[in-house]
Design a protein around this ligand. Structure first.
Ligand SMILES: [Zn+2]
Length: 281
């Protein structure tokens, strides 16, 4: 019978915990390494809807991208939503494992899956290579098979990513031709300068703010720098789940272990609806 320890070994050979940022909290959150695992659910967020999905599917393990306790805790009492989640998992013999910034910088990692989802083809290189191994790193740079307008690329990206309430926001001339593209799953603010230095035509990421985006667009209008596409944080990381599920299943199969994997389609982006401003007459 495959155990949680077998699965963790495969996860850590693909997403080495040593690659995680020092502020991060990755690895096994709950579960006994000796417990049997035959069904693994992959999800972006460790939230109640995902735990409920794991219970009803009969999962033995949830692998999430985001940590449950990024800043630590002194209690897992069922008096908070996080404590209740831990109780749900333990009562149902479900383990929880997190691969976060170590999955971002892996090869292949979170942004490889994002790049393919939005239509980049050919080789991908890290936007910000890791110091110890340039094949790994944050973000990816690649190309579209042929130039297209920013408007058409945004539509293609929207089709390639899972739907969310907010959709995509685009900054820049919609008619601008784009071909070289940088992407980074999750919050990409810190890579704006790197994307500009990389000379790409457009940078697609999430969680962008007004001032950096405004300055980028002013500079782009002067012919200096990429257009921006801001997608839902959850949507930019979701494509990685299928990659991770495949890597885990094939890594276990190589050891003669068969598991069932499932990618959660529960939308757990924080933004759940939008409202149009009413026209005033
Ligand atoms: Zn994230």
């Amino acid at each position: 019978m495959p155990t949680l320890a077998d699965v963790v070994e495969v996860l850590e050979s693909a997403y080495d915990p040593r690659w995680a940022e020092s502020w991060d909290a990755v690895g096994l959150v709950c579960g006994d390494p000796s417990q049997p695992v035959t069904k693994i659910l992959f999800a972006v967020d460790p939230v109640a809807a995902v735990a409920d999905e794991a219970v009803s599917w009969g999962a033995d393990l949830i692998v999430t991208h985001h940590p449950l306790y990024l800043r630590g805790t002194t209690s897992v009492a069922a008096t908070t939503f996080k404590g209740r989640l831990v109780h749900t998992l333990i009562k149902n013999d479900i383990g929880l494992y997190t691969a976060h910034t170590n999955a971002d910088v892996a090869d292949p990692g979170v942004s490889d899956a994002l790049a393919r989802a939005v239509g980049l083809t050919g080789p991908l290189v890290p936007l910000s290579p890791a110091a110890d191994d340039p094949r790994r790193g944050l973000g990816r740079v690649g190309s579209l098979p042929a130039p297209m307008s920013l408007r058409d690329f945004a539509r293609q990206a929207a089709r390639g990513l899972p739907g969310t309430a907010g959709g995509l926001r685009v900054a820049g001339d919609p008619g601008r031709e784009v071909r070289r593209v940088a992407v980074s799953g999750g919050a990409g603010d810190s890579l704006l300068g790197t994307a500009r230095a990389a000379g790409v035509d457009v940078f697609l990421t999430a969680d962008l703010r007004h001032h950096p985006a405004s300055e980028f667009i002013e500079a782009a209008a002067d012919g200096d720098g990429p257009a921006l596409i801001d997608a839902a944080h959850w949507a930019t990381e979701w494509p990685w789940l299928a990659d991770a599920a495949r890597i885990v299943a094939s890594g276990l199969a190589a050891k003669g272990i068969n598991v069932e994997t499932r990618v959660s389609e529960t939308v757990t982006d924080a933004w759940t609806t939008t409202a149009e401003c009413e026209e005033t007459t």
